[in-house]
Design a protein around this ligand. Structure first.
Ligand code: IFM
Length: 451
């Protein structure tokens, strides 16, 4: 072991979760159907046809789960709110759904843990999807009605509001590739959905400012370092296209007020014949100043040209980097590079948070212990990358490990374990993994042992 790498005083060590992935209780207290309830029930969409019906039963076990946060010394907890609990049907508001988040936020306050809330982490009410979901501009008005209730109820009690989690996944996986809910495979729809998500973000920021709230609002993007596999003209172009699709499609409108262009074309031109859904003042709204940017980063890597892959005409090339159980390259340098690039090209002095980073491994409980050294090693290396950025003056203010506990990993069902805490889905027993104890020590010392 080398010296300790100290983090700044007040650095926010956290963990993150999302409503559909942990809550269960999907039919309790008047909750309506979400697009994930519907999508998961269609054979072939989700591993083993698993649903979020029970998940970690957090809807009932939230107190026990908040105690876990306390036992780890977590400073800040990022959770998301389930829209279908509040607006289960068109024109219907359900106060019992809101009450759950009152209890949750009170529970955090009582324990001295800072609440950070994501307004939309993928569980769109199904009734809104029936009207076109995010491809319909009217969805923005429904989103604002929902956001207003949250701002007026909780306002300054939430330290940071995150308008959206990973609009890339919502639009491109949900409406383009069709491998997430609502399962639409139409790239024209995907690009439209992305635009409406971004616009709803901008409108929510305006609303938040109008209510004179004094806490903060921002958005979370999933950003990766996508670099050319070689210096060939084809690979350079391929990496640029990949970067446009993965990163710039969201960073440019949010921070530069325009969509990206590659030699006057976008990667989507072939699929979008009419860009009329982008109205004149939309980009001004989308690029409203925000208080922070949340970055989710797990992987990234070399990109090579591949004419057979639609949209990007590029694929990741194989590396000899170790991989997580998701098959994702472990690439901590990529986190550092993403932070540097975002700061220099887009955000400057704006506070940044890693709102998600973590790894899935196939953990098992052995005599009451979960020896997940691979996760400790992963986190150690990613924390070192974050530390390097901070040492160089980077405005990184906090780090939320994904995830507090094992949970429903979308189309992978319960087959991927990302938690610091192991969940036995039969008994709902929670067991702290070795990484949880390790993380507790990092938090306690506010420092990392340098390897
Ligand atoms: O589980 C997801 C989360 O919901 C969004 N970001 C990535 C995580 C791991 O895939």
């Amino acid at each position: 072991m080398g010296q300790a790498l100290a983090f700044p005083e007040n650095f926010l060590w956290g963990t993150a979760t999302a409503s559909y992935q942990i809550e269960g209780g999907t039919w309790e207290d008047g909750r309506g159907e979400s697009i994930w309830d519907r999508f998961a029930r269609i054979p072939g969409n989700v591993h083993n046809a698993e649903t979020g019906d029970v998940a970690c039963n957090h809807y009932y076990k939230y107190n026990e789960d908040l105690d876990l946060l306390t036992s780890l010394g977590i400073k800040s907890y990022r959770f998301s709110i389930a829209w279908p609990r509040l607006f289960p049907e068109k024109g219907k508001f359900e106060s019992r759904g809101l009450d759950f988040y009152k209890r949750l936020i009170e529970g955090l306050e009582k324990r001295g843990i800072e609440p950070v809330a994501t307004i939309y982490h993928w569980d769109l009410p199904q009734w809104i999807q029936e009207q076109g979901g995010w491809t319909n501009r009217d969805t923005i008005q429904h989103y604002l009605e929902y956001a207003r209730v949250l701002f007026e109820t909780f306002g300054n009690r939430v330290a940071r509001w995150i308008t959206h989690n990973e609009p890339w996944c919502v639009s491109f996986l949900g409406y383009g590739h069709g491998i997430h809910a609502p399962g639409v495979k139409d790239w024209n729809a995907a690009v439209k959905a992305a635009h409406h998500l971004l616009l709803s973000h901008g409108e929510a920021v305006k609303m938040f400012r109008g209510l004179n709230l004094t806490t903060q609002i921002g958005i979370t993007l999933n950003l990766n370092d996508e670099y050319p596999a070689s210096n060939s003209e084809e690979d350079l172009r391929a990496a640029d296209r990949f970067d446009m699709y993965q990163n710039r499609w969201f960073l440019d409108p949010l921070f530069a007020g325009h969509y990206p262009h590659f030699q006057q074309n976008t990667v989507f031109d072939e699929f979008v014949s009419d860009w009329g859904f982008i109205q004149s003042s939309d980009l001004e709204t989308i690029s409203q100043p925000i208080d922070f940017l949340g970055i989710n980063n797990y992987t990234g890597g070399p990109v090579k040209a591949d004419k057979n892959t639609p949209i990007v005409q590029a694929v990741h090339s194989e590396t000899d980097r170790p991989k997580t159980d998701m098959g994702w390259d472990i690439y901590p340098e990529g986190l550092y590079r993403v932070l540097k690039r975002v700061q220099s090209d887009y955000t400057g002095a704006l506070p940044l948070y890693i709102t998600e980073n973590g790894a899935a491994f196939s953990d098992t409980v052995i005599k009451g212990r979960v020896p997940d050294d691979n996760r400790i090693n992963y986190l150690q290396r990613y924390f070192e990358a974050a530390h390097r950025f901070i040492q160089e003056g980077g405005p990184l203010r906090g780090y939320y490990v994904w995830s507090l506990m094992d949970n429903y990993e979308w189309a992978f069902g319960y087959s991927k374990r990302f938690g610091l805490v192991h969940v036995d889905y039969e008994t709902q027993e929670r067991t702290l993994k070795a990484s949880a104890y390790w993380y507790r020590n990092v938090i306690r010392c506010n420092a990392l042992d340098a390897n």
